[in-house]
Design a protein around this ligand. Sequence first.
Ligand code: ADE
Length: 262
Amino acid sequence: MHEELAAVLAQWPDEQKTVVAGREFCVGHWHGHEVVAVLSRIGKVAAATTATTLIERFGVTRMVFTGVAGGLAPHVHVGDVVVAREFIQHDMDASPLFPRHEIPLTGMTRFPADAALSDALAIAAPVALQALVASLPRTAWLDLDLAAARVHQGLIASGDRFVSKTSESQSLQAELPDALAVEMECAAMAQVCHDYGVPLAAVRTISDRADDAAHVDFPRFIQTIASRYSVAVLDYLLAALPSARLTSTSRAYGSTTSAPRR
Ligand code: ADE
């Protein structure tokens, strides 16, 4: 989301913008890291193009995605945070040539998130959540008990659909019982990062329950919570990471981070 990216850029002492493939890549520094921030755009192809450009043109060595997602598992609520440990493309189906969900010619149905980067995110996420809860005005989200928000870790499912029907959410849950959340980008970025051997981690704030109320919850959540959360989690992550260079990407309503490669 643009507000999310603007909030990230406000933390940088310097920044240089370069347009590639119609995307504005912002190169700068944050907590001593050389970073590139960009909106990933929405959907798997857009995210794959953004990830490829980050690697090929900006030489990033690590990538972190921040953004929002719909909660799938029953215990994943609006306001919770999910740190990805694995990614799957829930709409991939080349059967009967390949098993359901398998990415053809890779032999893989799931791509792992980078363990070290995800561990660092899993430490930064609850700290950022606490700071966010403390900083929000009480009226920011009248019916959401953010103080009860939790950080989950596990499988994120990506597909080229905004899931806004309870029936669709239920069939996704039946198909992928361990999927915590659904969104539209990360598994595609994970496939690109796997191809290039670039570590990827992702953190998603839950903006809706991917059900019949998803279209109502979504814009409201973006405006009040998501952009503040992304900045906070990246700030803690980069402050804690040993000196290496990171970046920040986002879709129209998400934000990602990665690092230039020498
Ligand atoms: N991102 C946030 N909420 C989503 C949903 N319900 N479906 C797909 N992507 C999302």
